[in-house]
Design a protein around this ligand. Structure first.
Ligand code: AMP
Ligand code: MG
Length: 336
């Protein structure tokens, strides 16, 4: 069932479901999450089952205040307080030492827990009314493009979710930045809209960018992920146009307005006419999903500049194109 997120009765119903071990999909400022009581191991098991998420891929725990933070975290490492003051509520997830009461399946057996205080009013209201921290990965089948609307959630998970709170499209559109504070250096595990520059501004130059070490084996940070069924190729520069065989149905995802409409492309989608990076991030996943419904043989996407939010956009696009592709039959014929 999809219900409007601004309906107080729907929010109370959703909180009741969370308290009794149910699953509720809800909007955050990044993407839609599939949430359950983070201290209920059985409910967390259901999330892994519904998403078909491997048990070694830990969940992010969402909190509403400092009291909840102390219920999931054992200690706060150096730097945590400054980061919390600067970026919470907001799209920054911190990896911290885990409190023993957080079930092991939530953290995939790790001694650490990923925690975030979201800024979205619906997410906050749901956590507050539920009275417990909420474990929530993105509300989509494992490995597919994350949902940024309630409709995306329904398309991916159908009626396996007890309730979907519809708060409209997510304002940021890519998942949170994940920063580990448990190693020798603060290290970005996944880039997001809180950038390396933002983090260094608070913690200094010690912060390591994502990928500074060999890729971790963790899904969402290391392997093919966020993937469409249609093969995607990132063009080498803005404005590059691949040569396309006339027998192929090919789509172009352009970052900004394009000069000439090219009839080699069956579908052209412009993410932001003015090339605004926030708009590109906000619309990226919906555009990839839409392209995936257009029966295309291949999608080409323009690259964006790798600074600030552009790092996160390119990270998601690379994961979308990485590794062997299930629907790749015709890829050898894709002229570039
Ligand atoms: P999502 O699928 O967007 O909810 O993101 C969850 C991701 O957060 C996982 O795939 C991991 O990459 C990361 N993560 C969660 N918990 C931890 C942890 N304890 N240590 C390191 N990374 C974590
Ligand atoms: Mg995910």
């Amino acid at each position: 069932m999809i219900t409007p997120a601004d309906d107080p009765a729907a929010l109370r119903l959703a909180a009741g479901r969370i308290r009794t071990g149910g699953l509720v999909a809800f909007p955050t400022e990044t993407v839609y999450g599939l949430g359950c009581d983070a201290l209920n191991a059985h409910a967390a098991d259901r999330i892994f089952l519904v998403k078909q998420r491997p048990s070694f891929d830990p969940l992010i725990v969402h909190i509403d205040d400092r009291t909840m933070l102390s219920s999931v975290v054992a200690t706060l490492p150096v730097g945590a307080d400054q980061l919390i003051a600067a970026f919470w509520p907001g799209p920054l997830t911190l990896v911290l030492p885990k409190h023993p009461q957080v079930p092991d399946n939530v953290t995939a057996g790790l001694p650490t827990v990923a925690v975030r205080m979201p800024a979205h009013p619906t997410a906050r209201a749901l956590i507050r009314l539920s009275g417990c921290p909420i474990a929530a990965p993105s509300a989509n089948p494992f490995g597919y493009v994350s949902p940024t609307t309630a409709q995306h959630v329904r398309e991916g998970l159908g009626d396996q979710v007890d309730l979907v709170l519809d708060g409209g499209p997510c304002p940021i559109g890519v998942e949170s930045t994940i920063l580990s504070l448990v190693g020798a250096y603060p290290e970005i595990l996944r880039p997001g809209s809180v950038s390396l520059e933002d983090l260094r501004h608070v913690l200094g130059p010690a912060v390591r960018p994502a990928g500074a070490r060999p890729l971790s084996p963790m899904p969402g940070t290391g392997t093919r992920h966020y993937a469409t069924r249609t093969p995607v190729t990132i063009l080498s520069r803005l404005g590059e146009r691949p040569s396309v065989r006339s027998t192929r149905r090919v789509g172009l995802l352009a970052l900004s307005a394009i000069d000439v409409l090219d009839d080699r492309f069956a579908v052209v989608e412009v993410l932001s006419p003015s090339g605004n990076v926030q708009d590109i991030a906000r619309r990226l996943f919906a555009a990839l999903r839409w392209m995936d419904t257009q029966h295309l043989d291949h999608v080409y996407v323009e690259p964006c500049e790798q600074v600030g939010l552009g790092v996160a956009i390119m990270d998601r696009l690379r994961r979308c194109t990485a590794g062997p592709h299930p629907g790749e039959g015709d890829r050898a014929g894709a002229a570039r």
